[in-house]
Design a protein around this ligand. Sequence first.
Ligand code: PLP
Length: 416
Amino acid sequence: MNELAAATAESLDVEAVRAQFPILARTVNGRPLLFLDSAASSQKPRRVVEELRRFYYEDYANIHRGVYELSQRASQLHDQARRAVQRFLGARDWREIVFVRSTTEAINLVAWSFLRPRLRPGDEILVTEMEHHANIVPWQIVAGERDARVVVVPVTDAGELDLDALRRMLGPRTRLLAVTWVSNVLGTVNPVAEIAALARARGVPVLVDAAQAAPHLPVDVAALGCDFLAFSAHKMYGPTGVGVLWARLEHLEAMPPWQGGGDMIDRVSFAGTTFADPPFRFEAGTPDIAGIVALREAVAFVEALGRARIAAYEAALVARLEARLGEIPGVRVLGRPARRASAVAFTVDGVHHQDLGTMLDLEGVCIRTGHHCAMPLHARFGLAGSARASVAVYNTREEIERFADILARTIALLRG
Ligand code: PLP
């Protein structure tokens, strides 16, 4: 970490941050909650929960339908959320922001509406060995329908993408490259701008899965140079049930709808239907209006802390976590990437990760155990599963030390 980053890391008042998350004050099994599973879903600050409540109590109505004041007010708040996300991502145009249910739904939308119509037998979709199932299975489904192939960029022993292999694998049949920005298992931060430049130089569109990046790193789609980017509100201090797809407007304009219903049409008759312009064409039916309105508060929460400051603060936590894990006998940390964000996965010699998770729960510690929806990555390391600790901006240095102490004690106990 350079000096500037160190200074900004120290300037984050973590106790003031924690005070915004009431759940962090509770106990679990009689112990103070030690929450290290934010990669699965983050906790929610008061301003997000209060906005949900306020919206339902004061401003709730369906959007884009009523001429009455309340519906117009709800529609306005929904529009403002879209513009907040547009600014947050550095997007050129609000029409590039499509509200969906989750990262999963965003990727499925691109698979069905963008890729499927242009996929021919023998075509290839490039993904990587470190993808979450959400960035594998939708491509497999459309590839299966079109006799196309999913081709996999390997991961090195260090837990990084093999960029030489990626260069070689970008071929004349590659129709799309789908890559995660941050691995939800290893925490590896991939050089997605460099990867996007490589792919686009060969005319290959790029989808970036930013589910694990949006809560932790500054995001600027113009600087990234990708074609599509997806993230979920619930991993970024926002509500469940809301996700975002950003896409270049020229792609959205050329894409057919993938779900039909209310709100996505221009005119409907039994002779035929015409569709609305993006983003509405991709937003059939009533969305999670309150969730979208409250997402604006999650964005404001992150922006108020500052994304560079969050990244610097968390980088120091992750470095300490990795160092402490490395000191515990029998603990093997997966990968050693040059840059990690949030997540560190590990195994313990002679101890099953599920047993470890159960024992840690008795100490008030929440970590994730299992395959973390990344079975192929675990297979790559010869594993069925692992334990994973992941941090967010509300975790403290003291929690990392406490976690390492509890873990060491628990492992000693389990190994008898
Ligand atoms: N991509 C990555 C890298 C993830 O970590 C996750 C969730 O863990 C997803 C996609 C899927 O997110 P969601 O379940 O919110 O759709």
